[in-house]
Design a protein around this ligand. Structure first.
Ligand code: NAD
Length: 472
């Protein structure tokens, strides 16, 4: 059912879905003036984002706290600083990224030269989600601007304070003839999706990803889909247990309390080793969040009562299976759920069927750690797969044989901070990628240009195909 558009504090008129066609028209007209193509415009907008983050850091951090109780330090590191560094990199590298790339030519085109010219696509739409509502909104916009496009951002209505702040900040700091925010929920997004965009960049669930791609297909609009899935972590028994436990905790509860697309969704370990791992995780959780994690200020809350109920339903499965080994506490009023671990959850349980996207962590056990590869490959491709091991052979087999968007060996999450690595999914976890130059490329068309002169025009190439003509 349709969710009403969320407009906080009555500052702005809500977006009227009927205005979607004129909005796109206006942006395309701005694009056609050629202004957004210039290096200077791109730099001015990227600097606008930098200035916005510098001057309004406190407001951004407060909005993230209101939407998610995101701890200030976490908000700074994972959203604010991440946007800053993305913007800095784009400003530093932009000239280089914009340079045409020389390409080899072939004998058939001799003599000639060739290059690949990156050209902006036009008016692009970015639809973002609620879990990193600042980073996941601005980061693709940085790519869209760097590549010289006009862009509309539609933030998530489930993080309404950040959505409203983004709308205010864009108006204040950016060129509103070419960079806009449209707030709203399903009806507004649906109206935007009916329009002909030159690219749609969507972050969210695979279910809505299908809706986006279907809408885009009507206009032959290309898409980047940054989706989710169940990200496994395989833990071999030869690891440094304490380091492994800490890094798993960091990749689960420290990360927005598990509400992250790259958060650890489930663990695979051997039967013998699982109890040791559970002990180490239990100790680590206590070390990080205290004896009662429900009272910790270092952990985000669940974003909404809908998501709380969804997680509660998953949590209640333990009553049937009686598999809970750590945590299990919840508080509906505060929208809090403690870090919770389940051992030996059946494969056909809901916990193992849907993306958890919260603080619940099932462990499934295998006879031999090698079996984890087949197990992961028997499920839809995850956005990330993690492996902890000291075994070189296992590591190589894992890298060669597990299909997923990306991988981290002996840690979690850190690959997102390496901007020379493309970030994106495969299969059910999405298509296309971004970060660093990949963001610029995601919003550019790679135009093939071949240069020839008038010399060397041999008749061999033209009819009539007679022996005389072919003699040269
Ligand atoms: P969400 O509910 O915020 O939805 C995302 C966006 O889709 C919002 O802007 C929303 O307004 C819009 N939307 C929702 N329903 C729609 C509909 N029927 N038609 C058109 N638009 C619609 O977020 P979510 O989908 O709950 O996000 C969680 C999912 O996102 C998880 O699967 C997670 O793994 C994934 N995710 C992926 C990444 C990534 O970078 N790959 C990052 C974060 C989250």
């Amino acid at each position: 059912s349709a969710i009403p558009p969320v407009m906080t504090e009555g500052k702005k008129q809500p977006f009227d879905a009927n205005e979607a066609p004129s909005l796109v028209k206006e942006l395309k007209e701005s694009f056609r003036t050629g202004r957004t193509r210039s290096y200077e415009w791109r730099v001015s907008q990227l600097k606008g984002i930098e200035k916005m983050v510098e001057e309004r850091e406190k407001d951004i951090s407060e909005a993230l706290y209101k939407d998610l109780s995101k701890p200030e330090f976490e908000a700074f590191v994972s959203e604010i600083a991440a946007v800053k560094s993305s913007c800095e990199e784009a400003l530093k590298e932009l000239k280089q990224w914009m340079k045409p790339e020389k390409a080899k030519t072939s004998m058939t085109a001799y003599p000639s030269s060739a290059e690949i010219v990156s050209e902006p696509l036009g008016a692009v739409l970015v639809i973002s989600t609620w879990n990193y509502p600042f980073l996941l909104s601005i980061d693709p916009v940085i790519g869209a601007i760097a590549a010289g496009n006009a862009v509309v951002l539609k933030p998530s209505e489930i993080a309404p304070v950040t959505s409203s702040l983004l709308s205010e900040l864009f108006e204040e700091y950016l060129d509103s003839s070419a960079v806009r925010v449209v707030e709203g929920a399903v009806p507004e997004t649906a109206a935007l999706l009916e329009q002909k965009w030159d690219k749609i960049f969507y972050t969210g669930s695979p279910r809505v990803g299908r809706i986006v791609m279907t809408a885009a297909a009507k206009h032959l609009t290309p898409v980047v889909l940054e989706l989710g899935g169940k990200c496994p972590v395989v833990v071999d028994s030869d690891v440094d247990l304490q380091v492994t436990a800490r890094r798993i905790i960091a990749g689960k509860w420290q990360l927005n309390n598990g509400q992250a697309c790259i958060s650890v969704d489930y663990i695979i370990a051997t039967k013998d080793f699982a109890p040791k791992l559970i002990d180490a995780l239990r100790n680590g959780i206590e070390e990080f969040f205290g004896a009662d994690p429900m009272e910790s200020k270092y952990i985000s809350r669940i974003v909404s009562s809908n998501h709380f109920s969804r997680l509660e339903r998953l949590l209640d499965e333990y009553k049937v299976f009686n598999k809970i080994v750590v945590g299990g506490q919840r508080n509906q009023k505060k929208l809090k759920i403690a870090p919770t671990i389940f051992l030996d959850v059946p494969e056909d349980s809901q916990l193992m069927q849907e993306e958890i996207f919260g603080p619940l962590l099932p462990i499934i056990t295998v006879e031999n750690v090698k079996d984890s590869i087949d197990l992961i490959n028997s499920k839809p491709e995850p956005l990330v797969a993690y492996l902890f091991t000291n075994n070189q052979k296992l590591r190589n087999d894992f890298v060669q044989n597990v299909s997923c968007g990306g991988m981290v060996i002996n840690d979690t999450v850190l690959h997102v901070t390496v901007s020379s690595l493309p970030f994106g999914g495969v299969g059910e976890s999405g298509m296309g990628s971004y970060h660093g130059k990949f963001s610029f490329d995601a919003f550019s068309h790679k135009k093939a240009v071949l240069y020839r002169s008038f010399s060397g025009d041999s008749p061999v190439r033209y009819p009539p195909y007679t022996p005389e003509n072919k003699k040269l």
